[in-house]
Unconditional design. Structure first.
Length: 338
């Protein structure tokens, strides 16, 4: 386990409220971490300053996932139903026992944490827990006078007792208060630079020679040609077809329409560019077509930009169902993975 020497964030709050810039720095890291968890289908459900640790450089670490759950545990109504969390930080819909969205519940807890960082005390306080729950249900709180108007506005949107109208993480990140003094990340720059390079990449040849085939297989096992790539968090899938390249391109164009992508065609493949911004910018997908023989094609589909989870969701929900009519199935049963 990692040794985090800075202790709990709670210890800093116990000494008094934080300066707005300091609170913003911690809050930006918290939201970034929770956004990552949610993108992977993980909901924390017990966010509070005691579960946020700091390293020697003051970097925030989210810990104690003992009450967390996965999106796999959603019931048929698409909601979670286990009542859990710390009373002062728990969302009203969690207390209500009618089912709740794990992401929305975590956003509420983050709103309470932001309030505590800036105010130095809890927004919903009462010695009687039933009375405190009543305040939580109503969203009954007041911001102290020293909070900036932008901070007040953001907190009010996060502590909205109606989950349907509560602000999303994407909107939090777009808010003017959050975007002040966003730390520069060299990792993000590298990813952006890599994305720019990848978007411009293309295959110079449609023909796949023996060296290409060997590079795509593991040893002399050619099953890798027909299976989804296991590396790089499934950022690539590969399939074969006996259909002409034109049919493959037409199919990809149809998929692009359903997924709101723009299409750029070339002799060797197709580039799909998403029109809506996701977690890591707009999703870009490159599909390159190689001819093993004139009537036997290998198609590689890769993420060229954007978020890996969004790419995988697109492949499973949009692309793979559309491939059933054109994918060639070998005698050994290899085909596009389900």
């Amino acid at each position: 386990m990692e040794l985090v020497r800075g202790g709990e964030l709670f210890a800093k709050i116990a000494k008094g409220r934080l300066r707005e810039d300091t609170a913003r720095n911690y809050f930006q890291q918290l939201i970034s971490a929770i956004d990552f968890c949610h993108s992977r289908g993980v909901y924390h459900r017990d966010l509070k300053p005691e579960n946020l640790l700091l390293d020697e450089q003051g970097n925030l670490k989210v810990t104690d996932f003992g009450l967390s759950t996965f999106s796999d545990h959603l019931r048929q109504d698409g909601l979670l139903h286990t009542t859990c969390g710390t009373p002062a930080y728990v969302a009203p819909e969690v207390i209500g026992k009618k089912g709740y969205d794990g992401a929305k519940a975590d956003i509420w807890s983050c709103g309470v944490i932001l309030y505590v960082l800036l105010a130095g005390y809890l927004p919903f306080q009462d010695d009687n827990i039933v009375a405190m729950y009543r305040k939580i249900y109503k969203g009954d709180f007041k911001c102290p006078p020293w909070l900036s108007p932008e901070a007040r506005k953001l907190i009010a949107k996060m502590l909205d007792p109606r989950p349907s109208s509560r602000i999303s993480i994407a909107k939090i990140m777009e808010s003017s208060w959050f975007r002040k003094s966003i730390p520069k990340s060299s990792m993000t720059k590298d990813e952006q630079a890599e994305d720019e390079v990848n978007v411009g990449k293309g295959k110079e040849s449609q023909t796949m020679n023996a060296f290409h085939i060997i590079s795509l297989s593991e040893g002399f096992d050619l099953s890798g040609l027909f299976e989804e790539k296991k590396k790089l968090e499934k950022e690539e899938l590969r399939f074969v077809t006996t259909k002409p390249a034109g049919s493959v391109i037409s199919m990809l164009e149809e998929v692009a329409k359903t997924g709101n992508f723009s299409v750029k065609k070339s002799d060797s493949g197709v580039r799909l560019q998403g029109q809506e911004r996701g977690r890591k910018g707009k999703l870009g997908i490159a599909a390159d077509i190689f001819a093993v023989t004139p009537s036997f094609l290998v198609v590689e589909v890769k993420k060229s930009s954007g978020d890996t989870l969004e790419y995988n969701q697109f492949c499973s929900k949009e692309l793979k169902p559309a491939l059933k009519d054109i994918v060639w199935t070998s005698t050994t049963g290899n085909s596009v993975p389900e």
